[in-house]
Design a protein around this ligand. Structure first.
Ligand SMILES: NC(=O)c1ccc[n+]([C@@H]2O[C@H](COP(=O)([O-])OP(=O)(O)OC[C@H]3O[C@@H](n4cnc5c(N)ncnc54)[C@H](O)[C@@H]3O)[C@@H](O)[C@H]2O)c1
Ligand SMILES: [Zn+2]
Length: 374
């Protein structure tokens, strides 16, 4: 049985999606139990026989042993590097710790670095992998729904600065993304809900069928299919705009609102919850602009409700009472993604179709905010 584990087991349910980018393409493997095959998938690559696994202190006790075992079976020496969990550690200090761990343990330019964890681990590890020795092979093994459908795809990596989030970073395309949907079983419910906000966003942007999948009863939920479908929306968009010069803006649906809400809440608000509220406000705005029918707001609210996402500020367990709409409006103007003089909104016209508008009157934005700030 010795060599058995080094083979890639053919899982009939496994899905492989490809992401094309300017310097090549990479596969995203999605299925149940794929963490046990990571070593086998790396074995055929032109890598050195040592590998780094970067993970955080929550994910390490759950899945790092499986990954180390899988790599060892494929004759890799696995070096485990555990960083503290949480956005507050997504900074250059943690990157420095990674550089030290890599260099002290003899990394070279063909040593693969794996990110095992959520978007925080993926972003920091990707940035470290992009920069150490001017770039080493990088593999994403996302374990949160948000990382599976969003953060692990598209090549953006980076860290936060005291001046703001994600201000230092690099584009670094992974060699592959390995999504084991079994890891979602241990993900706290609220984190699953937050990932669902991005799934619903993707449905609204380009795939109405996704909204139906979100509404399916949880007992029968087919995670590999749902993740594959949600990530395909992001793939299609980043392939058209690999370096975020245009079309990628549509991925910001709900995010002009969400970022402003997060800012007025001093970031004590979960991003996914803010995105959920942002999607409601965006749908409301679309109706006020005459770009969507009233039912769109109900469609968005129904999807968020089935995903156990809050539907208004008071359902957030937010410490403070709702801000007034004009404060949120002001917070929109400090967004780093703002270009030129006008605020840009992604407006959902119907499930699967959005437009970009830069001519939205303040009065309508304030009105749209009212529905969620109660
Ligand atoms: N690079 C991109 O394109 C991109 C896109 C979207 C978001 N992001 C970034 O992603 C980050 C958010 O990612 P996130 O929501 O995954 O947060 P996260 O990485 O902080 O993970 C959330 C929590 O879940 C824990 N966890 C992870 N997997 C688990 C599992 N399977 N079981 C139990 N616990 C688990 C983590 O330890 C953490 O405490 C932000 O920093 C954001 O900026 C990046
Ligand atoms: Zn988001």
């Amino acid at each position: 049985m010795g060599g058995e584990m080094t083979r890639v087991v053919q899982d009939a349910d496994m899905k492989t999606l490809w992401v094309r980018h300017p310097s090549g393409q990479y596969p995203i493997y999605i299925g149940r139990g794929l963490r046990h095959e990571v070593g086998a998938r790396l074995a055929g690559k032109p890598y050195t026989r040592s590998a780094f696994i970067v993970t955080d202190e929550h994910v390490a006790p759950l899945y790092s042993e499986d990954l180390v075992h899988s790599l060892s079976t494929a004759r890799f020496t696995a070096h485990l590097v555990v960083v503290p969990a949480g956005e507050e550690h997504k900074n250059l200090n943690t990157v420095q710790d990674l550089y030290n761990a890599f260099l002290d343990r003899g990394i070279d330019r063909s040593t693969p670095v794996l990110a095992l964890g959520g978007g925080v681990v993926g972003d920091i590890t990707g940035y470290a992998a992009a920069t150490v020795l001017r770039g080493v092979p990088f593999i994403q093994v996302p374990t949160t729904l948000l990382a599976m459908v969003d953060a692990s795809v598209g090549g953006k990596t980076g860290v936060d600065m005291p001046q703001g989030k994600n201000l230092v970073g690099a584009f670094k395309f992974p060699d592959m993304v390995i999504v084991d949907t079994e890891t979602l079983q241990t993900l706290p419910r609220e984190e699953v809900a937050c990932g669902m906000a991005e799934v619903i966003k993707h449905g609204l942007i380009a795939d109405p069928g996704l909204l139906e999948m979100v509404s399916a009863p949880e007992e029968v939920r087919d995670w590999p299919s749902l993740v594959a479908r949600a990530v395909q929306v992001k793939i299609d968009i980043v392939e058209q705009d690999p370096f975020e010069q245009g079309r990628r803006a549509v991925l910001n649906l709900g995010h002009t609102f969400a970022h402003a809400l997060e800012r007025v809440a001093n970031y004590k608000l979960r991003h996914g919850f803010a995105v959920g509220l942002g999607l409601i406000a965006a749908a409301r705005l679309a109706v006020l602009l005459g770009d969507a029918r009233e039912e769109l707001v109900d469609t968005v609210i129904d999807a968020l409700r089935t995903a156990h996402l809050p539907l208004c500020w008071s359902a957030l367990d937010a410490p403070e009472s709702p801000p007034i709409p004009s404060h949120v409006w002001e917070a929109m103007w400090t967004d780093k993604k703002r270009r030129g003089k006008a605020l840009r909104f992604i407006v959902p016209c119907e499930p699967g179709r959005v437009i970009v508008r830069s001519d939205v009157p303040k009065s309508l934005v304030l009105q749209a905010l009212e529905v969620i700030l109660c």
